[in-house]
Design a protein around this ligand. Structure first.
Ligand code: OAD
Length: 254
């Protein structure tokens, strides 16, 4: 992607912004080789969410669910952060307060060094017991028992540390995300279809709070019409170019 030219009104908002939220989804990890959920080639084209990503599915067929998450864990372990994750981490030096709110469970923002990170849908890195809540490393749990969930000392089953359909988001994490969205001046929505609630509601919150909204997605989303700027390009190209433009705007002499 060629350089990003910020429209005048956006440039003003970027120049003065103190509080920034980056809201990310599966598209940000696409160029790391990880599948998105929706759209062509997405995971939900080949698999049914209700057979894999619900508490009912885990009760009905724990082996199938465990094996699917073990497969995803392996894909993530083999993946590396891409220029989109790097650009987002770089923005931490550009704005006084920036928070990354991700729907991704792949830890790639963490691995690249984003420090102020909220994982709304949990993380594949941990497993926890469905009875006593004990938490352990997911990689160790899979190594111990690749084909079926390991059994906890309490007799419960370990499950992946992700949020499933029908479950609540981690309460404190979601509250912090809502507070950040409702008080930011700049909100970047990157690589998300913005169709899964309550996470997608953060865009609405930021809009109502008067934040400048920027979307990075090759495809339009239900919120595209609200955006002050839309970059219709892959995140691994658009985000580095956007970070460059923001740096130029904040540090005009460099
Ligand atoms: P989706 O799969 O719903 O959407 C991915 C978005 O990324 C789409 O809008 C694509 O157009 C866009 N996209 C694809 N390639 C891209 C690229 N290279 N750069 C930028 N964007 C690209 O993923 P999410 O919005 O993250 O939840 O999905 C939200 C939640 O639905 C997930 O966290 C997961 C899923 O079911 C749970 O498992 C609870």
């Amino acid at each position: 992607m060629t350089a990003v030219e910020l429209p005048g009104a956006v440039r003003e908002r970027v120049r003065s912004a103190e509080r920034v939220v980056v809201f990310s989804g599966a598209g940000v990890s696409r160029e790391s080789g990880l599948d998105t959920f929706r759209g062509a080639g997405g995971l939900w084209e080949r698999m049914r969410p209700e057979e894999l990503a619900t508490p009912e599915a885990f009760r009905a067929d724990p082996e199938k669910v465990w094996q699917w998450y073990a497969w995803r864990y392996q894909r993530v372990a083999e993946a590396s952060p891409n220029p989109a994750h790097q650009a987002i981490a770089r923005l931490e030096a550009v704005f006084p307060f920036i928070i990354v709110v991700t729907q991704n469970v792949d830890s790639l923002h963490r691995r690249v060094g984003s420090r102020n990170l909220l994982e709304l849908h949990g993380s594949l890195a941990r497993a926890f017991c469905n009875r006593c809540g004990r938490s352990r490393d997911m990689g160790e749990a899979i190594a111990e028992s690749p084909g079926a969930p390991p059994i906890c000392t309490c007799g419960g089953k370990f499950r992946p540390g992700v949020v499933w359909f029908g479950e609540s988001l981690p309460e404190e994490t979601f509250e912090q995300a809502c507070e950040a969205a409702a008080s930011c001046e700049l909100f970047l929505s990157a690589g998300t279809s913005a169709t899964v609630y309550p996470a997608a509601g953060l865009i609405e919150l930021a809009h109502r709070a008067g934040a400048c909204l920027i979307e990075i997605n090759p495809e339009p989303t239900p919120f595209s019409g609200l955006m002050d700027l839309r970059l219709a390009a892959p995140a691994g190209e658009a985000l580095p170019a956007l970070a460059d433009a923001m740096e130029r705007c904040r540090w005009p002499t460099t």
